[in-house]
Design a protein around this ligand. Sequence first.
Ligand code: GRG
Length: 296
Amino acid sequence: SLFSETLSQIKDFIRFCLTPETQTKTDPAYQLWEAMRYAALDGGKHIRSVLTVETCLAFGGQAASALPTACAIELVHTQSLIHDDLPCMDNDDLRRGKPTVHKAFGESTAVLAGDALLAMAFGIITKHTPAALVPAENRLAVIQDLSNVASIDGLVNGQFVDIAYESKPFTPEILDYIHLNKTAALFRFTTRAGAQLASASTTDVDKMTYFGRNLGLAFQIVDDILDIHASSETLGKTAGKDIEQQKATYPALYGIEASRQKAMTLILEAKSALSEVSCQQERLVALADYILHRIY
Ligand code: GRG
């Protein structure tokens, strides 16, 4: 496909980070590493990390500048999925068409594999982002932003409110709060970081932040729709769980058709913002359209 080169660079880099050169099966923590590789390699779409590398390239940056951050994003995302699947959260047995990490390795290993992936992510950015290509202040800005979206300005507060509102009445404001934090925050980071790593102007960085935010919100709405419409086999995860767990979703509040419309509008607005940015457009437009292809 159009993105196979980028995808294989990302996968190679993740594999490299999760395969210590000197490791053998006699390492006492070998099973922990196996759990981390099981979760982070094979099966994911890598849409977030592709967005980071492609944004950097679109601004004339090199892939090498963005690959460590792209890998870090995948590790943070993977950690959030491992922990989301735990019995104390969404309690799921199936992810990417295979048993979830706690089913395959046990609950304590799943918690620890997530912890390790999350903490590793930051070190990968500092260790591997080429200092000759990316100024120190940009590297620091990226690390600061990832810290925010991986914690209380994104994934964790989003997940907290998502769980708090299970089986409870919710308003449009609560629904937006959940989706903007749980999913759109990491997407907003992907394109923002890609632009920063290519030393884009502040104005362009802000426009790319909005572009990613809209893609993320649309992505979560599509995810909500597919949870109702697609089979577990197609999804590689248990379908129909949102209704069963009475989750705050777009289809639950607005219905399927209005939700599809909303996703479409978000992508149109994202592309319109992108058209004002001085970068190569084509491949980023293709990625924006990709978000919708599963429901249109
Ligand atoms: C400390 C980072 C951190 C997280 C802990 C568990 C948690 C807080 C947050 C979970 C947030 C969550 C599960 C959001 C769902 C986002 C979503 C739509 C995931 C599916 O993403 P895809 O389809 O998955 O990109 P693949 O398998 O392709 O990687």
